[in-house]
Design a protein around this ligand. Structure first.
Ligand code: SAH
Ligand code: SF4
Ligand code: F3S
Length: 470
């Protein structure tokens, strides 16, 4: 039962043994021919990567996966705490399982992920939903086999918290969701404590994986045919700070880029405070790194940036962006923005608008500020009404739509290298993506899925291009 995860590290022997025991229990408990799990992940790529590890562990215990809860023996929600809306969806979806659990009482219902690292939320979940069997947070992911075994073998509810948030657990098996694009975590946690953000509280302290392990995993992904690999971390460009043998993010990128093969390399998320010219030079001179920089600035107002504890100002941000534009022709820039941070005025907001006009981003991830219990910003005065914030938010979307559609239109007639990622519908339209992360719809045979092609861009919408293979 000991499955090799990488050529360097085996999965923990005790946890592997629990997977064995789970497999035996499930032989008698499963509803169908094989044990089935439904895993639903909310939130960011880090959470998706964790979900792929849960699937890896369950696969070893013999599970198959369903895209609906109805026929599942194990239902697991891998939750996100970043905004209230994400949390509300989880409460709603867990509530909706009541009847299913009544009909099939043997079904195990489990909750994990970032929400479960917040004590008040985990407690509320555990109390409000007596049919939830298992609750564990992000720091207990490596113990999942043991926890699932405990609830399966005793019939008791299992609730765990307060696991160490400073360690890296290697060797957890992984079952990736696709075979063209793949996530590769290079570090966990965050030490930045931006005043609005819950992530440092639910993901623990920043810690990097050893370089050799990352390189081995990257080689395995490339050799098994992955064409688009994204290195993941909450603040990837501070990679390596806690390592015994020091290695900067730029050095790591250079080493991965030197691996032979036909692939693109991406990374997210970089923090402007750690974005050096050296990093941009590495991208400019690389063979595989995509010409795309996701660099969240959050607000264009220096006053708000200070209140957010972001450690850069508008001038420093624009310096990096302008250097990237100079060094990387056609660089595609994207960002995250928060509208309505406590105390933000319309004057501050206008600074955000002027920044997006100046930079001309390819696309933006825009959010209305959502107070998070336990963060400093949740204690700040927040006099602007929700209606007013929504008005600003719509204004931001309108401005960005104009910029994005202008950018897309300027690409018509050009030739772009794209990776064809999959079929869009039944009418022979395939989805592809440029190095700059813009979607291109093309009419092409399905055999081309998973290949790089040169396409001519024939028309453009606001966010999406259409093209034909040359
Ligand atoms: N580590 C990354 C991403 C963190 S979460 C980074 O620093 O960029 C993704 C995005 O969610 C953030 O960039 C921010 O724009 C948004 N976000 C985080 N907390 C938020 C909150 N309380 N309300 C609204 N948006 C938030
Ligand atoms: Fe949150 Fe800031 Fe860390 Fe990003 S860098 S995860 S926004 S605290
Ligand atoms: Fe959400 Fe946790 Fe990611 S809070 S955004 S899933 S790190």
């Amino acid at each position: 039962m000991k499955e090799k995860y990488s050529t360097l590290i085996d999965f923990d022997a005790t946890q592997s043994e629990y997977l064995n025991l789970i497999s035996m229990i499930m032989d008698n408990r499963k509803r169908g021919d094989k044990p089935v799990a439904f895993i639903h992940t909310y939130g960011c790529q880090q959470n998706i990567a964790d979900g792929e590890r849960i699937k890896g562990m369950l696969s070893i215990a013999g599970f198959e996966f369903s895209d609906k809860p109805d026929n599942a023996d194990v239902i697991l929600f891998n939750t996100c705490a970043v905004r209230e809306h994400a949390e509300d969806r989880v409460f709603g979806n867990v509530g909706a399982l009541k009847n299913l659990k009544r009909k099939y009482p043997n079904t195990v219902i489990a909750l994990c992920g970032c929400m479960m690292e917040q004590k008040h939320i985990a407690d509320r979940m555990y109390k409000s939903f007596p049919y939830v069997n298992l609750v564990f947070g992000t720091h207990a992911l490596h113990l999942f086999p043991e926890l699932l075994y405990k609830t399966l073998s005793t019939g008791k509810r299992v609730y765990t918290r307060d696991n160490d948030d400073t360690l890296v657990h290697e060797g957890i098996p992984v079952k990736r969701d696709g075979n063209i694009k793949g996530w590769l975590p290079i570090m966990y946690g965050c030490n930045n404590f931006c005043t609005y953000c819950i992530v440092p509280y639910v993901r623990g302290r920043e810690r990097s994986r050893e370089k050799d392990i990352i390189i081995t995993e990257a080689k395995e992904m490339i050799n098994s045919g992955f064409k688009d690999i994204t290195l993941l971390g909450q603040n990837v460009n501070s990679y390596g700070k806690n390592l015994k043998d020091s290695c900067s993010f730029s050095e790591l990128l250079k080493e991965i880029d030197s691996i032979d093969g036909d692939y693109w390399l991406r990374f997210m998320t970089s923090h402007p405070k750690d974005c050096t010219k050296e990093l941009i030079d590495v991208i400019a001179e690389s063979k595989h790194i995509s010409k795309h920089l996701h660099l969240p600035f959050q607000s264009g107002s220096d006053r708000i940036l200070k209140e957010m504890n972001r450690h850069y100002d508008r001038k420093k941000y624009l310096e990096i962006v302008n250097y990237a534009k100079k060094r990387i022709p056609d660089v595609s820039l994207t960002s995250d923005i928060i509208v309505g941070f406590p105390g933000e005025t319309y004057e501050d907001f206008k600074e955000t608008l002027s920044l997006i006009k100046e930079v001309e981003f390819t696309s933006l991830f825009t959010f209305i500020y959502s107070p998070r219990v336990g963060t400093p910003a949740a204690q700040m005065d927040d006099p602007v009404s929700a209606e007013e914030k929504s008005k600003w938010f719509r204004e931001l979307l309108d401005v960005q739509e104009e910029i994005a559609s202008k950018r897309c239109a300027s690409m018509v007639g050009t030739t772009q290298k794209v990776l064809i990622e999959g079929a869009k519908g039944k009418d022979g339209i395939l989805n592809a993506r440029t190095s700059g992360n813009v979607i291109v719809e093309i009419k092409a045979p399905e055999e081309l899925i998973g290949t790089f092609q040169n396409v001519e861009i024939t028309s453009a919408g606001n966010w999406i291009l259409k093209g034909k293979v040359i």
